[in-house]
Design a protein around this ligand. Structure first.
Ligand SMILES: [Mn+2]
Length: 318
């Protein structure tokens, strides 16, 4: 891929607005704030904004910008595969748009689309870009590297997912060389409060294991019982994984509308994003999301996932 186009776009605009997906996670916020810091460090005279309406707990930082500012800008949209997942639709006002992402390219909605599906994280792809020939005259600060490393940690769950490659480790090395504190970033991204620990115990206790699928359905009553918001509760699907017998694991949480949002994760051989796409969702082969499902749809999805496990297991035997 030729990253010169990205460099030229950045040089061309005095105002740059940076967007990412709704319900931001460590890769969305890390790529956004990492790029914000990198661009501010290297171009102190440009006006650069990190935009969105929701914040990520670990880095709850956002800028504000008027429509007028956005109209003058290059909008860079990170870690977002489709239009409807961009947090703050005002990116549409921008003069030019640039998407940088690692999800299957369902919808190339920007003027310039840079998508690398085999990147474990958008932050990994940003490292490819920012360490390339086109950017070699610019500097990566320790602060920018911390944000990008946090994104790598989040999407790879500490370099443990099937998506991790030599290139992921190369990106991590590039960032570690900037003097980041590896231990400190691990604790910042992964350590939870006692309150979350108790919720996770409750959720694991409520989980069901059937036919290779582990899942938990957390409804309003459970959320009240645990004194936790749905948008926080939904983040802990990993608590059901890392178990040999759990081929697929899923966490469904009831949202403000009364419907259910879900996170699906799976062992490498079980591809869940094709099923997720049929349930108002999508994502990566082994990590997908679904949203706004009725309980009937949740149950239908559970059956499809069990069926996928059944078919895969029988394929192995043939
Ligand atoms: Mn990502």
């Amino acid at each position: 891929m030729d990253f010169k186009t990205i460099k030229e776009l950045i040089l061309k605009y005095d105002t740059i607005t940076i967007f990412r997906h709704i319900r931001p996670d460590g890769d969305a916020a890390g790529s956004q704030l990492g790029l914000l810091t990198y661009l501010k460090d290297n171009f102190p005279l440009k006006k650069i904004y990190a935009l969105g309406t929701e914040t990520y707990d670990v880095y709850p930082y956002l800028d504000e910008a008027s429509d007028e500012i956005i109209k003058d800008s290059l909008a860079i949209i990170l870690d977002t595969s489709t239009k409807d997942r961009v947090d703050d639709k005002r990116y549409l006002l921008a003069k030019e748009t640039l998407k940088i992402d690692h999800h299957p390219p369902v919808d190339n909605f920007a003027d310039h689309n840079f998508v690398k599906e085999d990147s474990a994280a958008t932050c990994e792809f940003l490292c490819d870009i920012l360490s390339s020939e086109a950017f070699k005259d610019l500097e990566m600060s320790k602060k920018a590297a911390e944000y990008l490393y946090s994104g790598l940690l989040t999407d790879t769950i500490g370099f443990k997912t099937a998506s991790v490659s030599a290139n992921t480790i190369k990106a991590a090395y590039f960032l570690c060389e900037k003097g980041i504190d590896i231990y400190e970033l691990n604790t910042r991204v992964f350590d939870v409060s006692e309150h979350i620990f108790k919720y996770c115990s409750y959720m694991r206790h409520k989980s069901v294991f059937e036919d290779g699928l582990a899942y938990a359905i957390i409804n309003d009553e459970d959320l009240r019982e645990c004194n936790i918001e749905a948008k926080v509760a939904r983040n802990y699907v990993a608590q059901l994984g890392g178990v040999k017998e759990h081929r697929i694991w899923a966490l469904f949480t009831q949202n403000e509308k009364g419907t259910y949002d879900g996170s699906l994760r799976s062992q490498r051989a079980y591809i869940v994003n094709e099923i997720a796409q049929r349930y108002n969702g999508g994502g990566h082969a082994n990590a997908s999301g679904v949203k706004e499902l009725t309980l009937d749809q949740v149950n239908a999805l559970i059956n499809e996932l069990k069926n996928l496990i059944y078919c895969n297991n029988n394929d192995d035997k043939l």
